[in-house]
Structure formats: C-alpha cells, structure tokens
Design a binder for this molecule. Structure first.
Ligand code: ADP
Length: 529
C-alpha cells in the first residue's frame, strides 16, 4: 500500500502491553500500532516511563535526549527525558520524569494523576517537536491523553507538530479526569477563557479533561458502533451525552480486534497443548485438565468449566454473577474466576471458593499466564457487563474456542451473535436486560447445548475459532478515518488560503481604486488652478 508509506501516526496513551497494562487499553496500544505498521504506516508510541515498567524492558531503552518544559502556572519548569526502544517496527518513546512517574501501578489517585497526565500530554507534543518527527496524525487515548488535542490547538498551534490532525479514542467514558477548575488551571497552564462552558467546565467548580479533549479533537472514535450510539444517551453517556450528541458528526465507532499472533492457540507457549480449529476436538481437553490440576479443581473431563477474566468492578456485571452463583453449581459445572479490584467482589468470590472447594476457584490476582490457560481450558466465558465499550475477553475466548456468554451491550453486542438452533448459527449466548435471571437463562441455554447437543456446540466452537477477530479490518477503517481527517484539514487550509487570497485581491483592488481616485482629484485640482 504505497500511499500509506508516508502516513506518520503518533499514538499517545497511558498504558501499552507488554510494558504496562491494566485492561483493554493496553492491548489496543500494543496491537493497533503493529497492525498499522503492517499497512505501511510509520508509527511511534509515546508512553510514560513508569517506575513499575519491568526492568527487562527498561534495560532495552536508550536515552534519546532531554529538555526542560514549562507547564504549571507557578512558572516552574519540568524535566522531560526521552527513553527509546524499537520493537517489531514500532518505535516506543517513553517520557521520563521521576516526580510524576515514580509512583502508582501505574495510576495513583485522581488528585495525583491529574498533574501526571497534564504533564504527559504536553510533554508528548514537545517530544515530537524535539525529535523533529512530525506526524500527520496524533492518535490519543482516553482521558489521560485527552489534553493532547487541546494543547495541539493552543500552545503548539504555531509549532511544527501543530500541523497534525488529532483523533481521540474513548475506550471507557466512565473515567474522565474531573477535578476542581483551579487545580486544572494550575496544572495545565492554559488560558482562563478555556475553562468556561462548553470546553472544560462541567459545574460551577469542576472541570473535565475528557470533555475539553472531545471538543478540540478533529475526530472522536470509540471502540464499537453500538457504544458510539449508547454514549449519546443519558443511560450510558456518563453526563457527557449532550456534549457527544453535539459533536456526533465527528464521532464514530470502530470495533477493536486482538493481536492474533499474541493470542494464537496454535503457537501459544503458555498452553498445556496447542490446538487449532482442526484439532481442538482432541487437543483442547489437555488444557482443561491442566487448568483443573493447577487450580485444585476436581479432575473431570465431563464438567463444564465456566471462566471469568475481568477487572472486578461494577461495570463488569459482577453483581449479577453474585446473585446467581448458587444456581450455577449443579454438580456438573466448575467455575474459575481470575480478577482483582473492588474488595467487595474479591471477598464474595473468595467466599464462593471457600464454600465450594474443588468446584470453584477464585484467583484474586492479575496474572497473564493463567489468563491464557483459562481462555484455552474453559468451555465458556462469562462477560455479563453493565456496559462494555468493546470488550476483548469475548474476542480472545472465541479465538480459543471458548464460547462467550455475554450481555448485549456495546462491543459485546457487535461481536457476539446469539446462537440460533434453527439456523445453526451464532457465536455465543446472550441476554439483553441487565437482570440476573437473564444471565442465568443464557448460562442454562449454554449448558443445555453443551450437555445435550455437543455436535452443535462443537460446530459453534469451530465457527468461533475461524472467525476473523484480528485487527486487519479495523486498522483499515482507522486508516480511512485518518485520511478523511487529513483531507478535511487540507480542504479547510485551501479554503483559508483562497479566502486570504480573495481578501488580498480585494485589498489590492481597493488600493488601486483609491490611487486612481487620488490621481483624478489631483488632476482636477491642477486644472482648476
Ligand atoms: P477492560 O479494558 O474494561 O478491563 P477488556 O475486555 O477490554 O476490559 O480487556 C481486558 C484485558 O485485560 C484482556 O486482555 C484480559 O485478558 C485482561 N485481564 C483482565 N483481568 C485480568 C487478570 N486478572 N489477569 C490477567 N489478565 C486480565
């Protein structure tokens, strides 16, 4: 794709696998730049140089330079160091500053995180200028990078990077970077006028970083078409629905994919036995056995294993899981939970395990290695989210031949078609209303198929493993979006240039007429004398 060759894209975000990941954002920051690189783009990923990044990666970085940057209203200047590494054709530039990035995992608390990401957003643009690597597109992610489009059109408007178009992607609207107007005025150093409605201000006292970023970005995207619609409604809009409706002509949804090299059951070295769509019937079972053994579950090939891999938060529908837990256990089912988060859910899941030794395992931790084995060893994966911008676990599950059981919301609705017995079609089991009985019905339907019609179950597994859940289609959609933004920017620049030329011609004409009039007046005066 020769025409993509020169497209330079800077990805700016707060996490990226394998350096630092707390959820799906980290996966996207890893996989989409690689997919775009494969399409011929030049991509740089800009990240904070957190202390919690493992040394094995830090040791691969090289110092690329440093400078001092102003930021806050007290006139202090801050050190910006650049540590760089290249991995699979993608350049990673880490921004070093110990005052901001020495704490947290990587997040600390909003009060400290706000200055951290004000600094990060501004420093990212300053780094691009410093490196003299000027992208056509700066693609920013979530509230932590939402100030980038704001800085781009203010502080950096007349600098080289100011020529770039900005794309802001909403991975999760629940987190917005809201704090007092004074705190944000201080840390952004931006002019007072921006802190009125409709930019930063959300109440008499509070300002919202995401809101301002959305107003300034050339394009707004989110990670599924359904979520793009949902967030324009009060139920899902997190108080920004009216703002998003106002900017909806720039808002679109592009569904996430997964990195199919990283998530590949045929080559995954973390599995007990690799398998493919052709061999899963014989080989997937080895992973169930390994999972049962590792987690001290009764070894039994005939049990249906339900998995759940998730941040333990309200968003993920865990109150529904809690409500039906006793009904899940019927003597033929085992449950494996991997997650960490809200102590309320950690405690209830621990209790379920204590009450059902050998049948339930609640692994309260973040563990990538175990996640791979669960995706391979479970029969079905629960994703009953209250809201889900895209969701990656259902995509990974399908790739690993594990049938998703999901609520029809956001990206779950866009990626999992409900099973239809009469047509032998669909990818999983779904429910619509956010109700515990809906989830229970969906699980029971899955169990019925699993225990009474294994042939059709296996057909679904094969269909899922063959489904394209890669980034290839979505990466092309992002490229189209970038091209649209660039074409519009070019057209607007041409329009401005034309307008300026027209005004200059008008001024020249007016000057010529004035000169003519003056000459006539002088001539007239001479004659009168
Ligand atoms: P979110 O971004 O809301 O957390 P996603 O479904 O988009 O949810 O992405 C979750 C990602 O994080 C997946 O790659 C999933 O495998 C991973 N993940 C979530 N919790 C854990 C955990 N406890 N251990 C390992 N991986 C996890």
């Amino acid at each position: 794709m020769a025409e993509n060759k020169k497209t330079r894209i800077a990805f700016i975000g707060s996490e990226c696998y394998p350096f630092i990941k707390t959820g799906g954002l980290g996966d996207v920051m890893y996989a989409l730049p690689r997919a775009l690189t494969r399409e011929g783009c030049e991509v740089r990923v800009i990240l904070p140089y957190y202390r919690c990044i493992p040394d094995k990666f830090k040791n691969q970085t090289l110092y690329r330079g440093s400078f001092m940057m102003d930021l806050s209203r007290d006139g202090r200047t801050f050190y910006v160091g650049i540590m760089e590494m290249v991995m699979d054709g993608v350049i990673y530039d880490f921004i070093d500053n110990r005052e901001f990035f020495d704490w947290g995992n990587p997040y600390t608390g909003l009060w400290e995180d706000i200055p951290k990401y004000c600094f990060f957003s501004k420093a990212s643009l300053a780094v691009l200028n410093y490196l003299e690597w000027i992208p056509e597109i700066v693609h920013c992610h979530d509230w932590q990078a939402a100030l980038v489009p704001v800085y781009l059109r203010t502080h950096f408007a007349d600098t080289p990077v100011g020529r770039a178009c900005s794309v802001l992607t909403i991975h999760n609207l629940r987190f917005q970077g809201i704090c007092s107007i004074d705190h944000l005025k201080h840390w952004t150093g931006l002019p007072d006028g921006l802190f009125d409605y409709p930019l930063f201000k959300v109440s008499e006292s509070d300002a919202n970083m995401f809101k301002a970023g959305l107003a300034f970005a050339d394009r707004i995207t989110t990670v599924s078409s359904t979520y793009a619609q949902e967030i324009q409604t009060p139920a899902y809009g997190e108080w920004l629905d009216a703002h998003l409706r106002y900017h909806s002509y720039r808002l679109s949804g592009i569904v996430n994919g997964i990195d199919t090299d990283l998530w590949n059951p045929e080559t995954d070295t973390l599995l007990a036995e690799p398998y493919s769509a052709e061999t899963f019937l014989e080989k997937k079972i080895a992973n169930k056995r390994a999972l049962q053994q590792k987690l001290n579950l009764e070894p039994d090939d005939h049990k249906m294993v339900l998995g759940l891999i998730s941040r333990l938060t309200d968003q993920k529908g865990l109150d529904l899981v809690n409500a039906i837990f006793p009904q899940l256990l019927d003597g033929n089912t085992q449950v494996v939970i991997l997650g960490t988060g809200d102590p309320r859910y950690e405690a209830s899941f621990r209790q379920f395990e204590a009450d059902n030794k050998g049948v339930v395992c609640s692994y309260i931790s973040y563990n990538e290695t175990l996640a791979h084995l669960i995706y391979a060893g479970a029969d079905a994966l629960l994703v009953p989210s209250l809201f889900e911008p895209c969701g990656l676990t259902q995509l990974i599950a399908m790739r690993y031949g594990t049938v998703p059981i999901v609520r029809e919301t956001g990206g779950l609705k866009d990626t999992v078609q409900p099973y239809r017995a009469e047509e032998n079609s669909g990818n999983g089991f779904t429910f619509t209303e956010y109700r515990a009985d809906g989830l229970l019905d969906a699980i029971n339907d899955a169990k019925t198929l699993y225990f009474t019609d294994r042939w059709h179950w296996d057909e679904m597994v094969r269909r899922n493993m063959q489904k394209d859940v890669s980034w290839s289609k979505s990466a092309l959609q992002y490229l189209d979006l970038y091209r649209g933004a660039l074409a519009q920017a070019r057209a607007e620049a041409e329009e401005r240039a034309k307008e300026a030329a027209r005004k200059a011609a008008e001024a020249a004409e007016a000057a010529r007429e004035a000169a003519e009039r003056a000459a006539m007046t002088a001539d007239h005066a001479n004659r009168s004398v």
